[in-house]
Design a protein around this ligand. Structure first.
Ligand code: FE2
Ligand code: FE2
Length: 185
């Protein structure tokens, strides 16, 4: 079995990304949420399903649905305070989806369990960054400006992302212990 790395998972999506290190403003996170909703988590779900783990596919799709909610909450916020960026990154990813899927299918063919495990690890690190760093920072900035309604929305996102990280950590522990049921082939 070939070794799969988190870097290889990120590389699958390379065709969709302008610059992973770009400094993002609060407004641009509408696009990040849309990206997770439309591209990243549905892809992870597709991989889990093709690797034979429908329960994990269901978890990825459940989280994808909640990322859509986050985009809606944030968009409402920015309708008051300014126009957010309009989904350029997500659109680029949608355009590149065929390439992304071909890249990922090659990895799955190499080592399906390794891909699923690393997808869970990537999901955990994405969620951890959001609930520990990104959204608390936006919340504190809003608080410092005295915009308590905005701060409250960010706190709601923090709580939700923390729950996603919990779910994925539990799923990874189950997966590593062989407790995730595989579909019959
Ligand atoms: Fe989110
Ligand atoms: Fe999330």
């Amino acid at each position: 079995m070939s070794e799969i790395t988190e870097e290889m998972i990120f590389q699958c999506f390379a065709a969709a990304q302008s610059s992973p290190d770009a400094v993002r403003t609060a407004e641009s996170f509408v696009d990040v949420e849309e990206y997770e909703n439309q591209i990243m988590y549905p892809e992870f779900a597709r991989w889990a399903k093709s690797a034979g783990y429908p329960q994990l596919a269901t978890l990825f799709m459940k989280v994808a649905g909640e990322e859509k909610l986050h985009a809606v909450w944030l968009r409402e916020l920015y309708e008051d305070i300014g126009v957010p960026e309009r989904g350029e990154d997500t659109q680029r990813a949608v355009d590149a989806l065929t390439t992304i899927q071909a890249n990922c299918d090659a990895l799955i063919a190499m080592n399906p369990d390794g891909v699923v495990e690393k997808a869970l690890r990537v999901a955990i690190s994405v969620e951890e960054r959001e609930y520990r760093d990104i959204y608390p920072r936006f919340r504190d900035q809003a608080q410092a400006r005295g915009d308590l309604r905005e701060a409250e929305v960010y706190q709601r996102v923090v709580d939700s992302e923390a729950q996603h990280a919990d779910w994925f950590r539990a799923a990874l522990a189950d997966f590593e212990a062989g407790r995730v049921a595989a579909a019959a082939h």
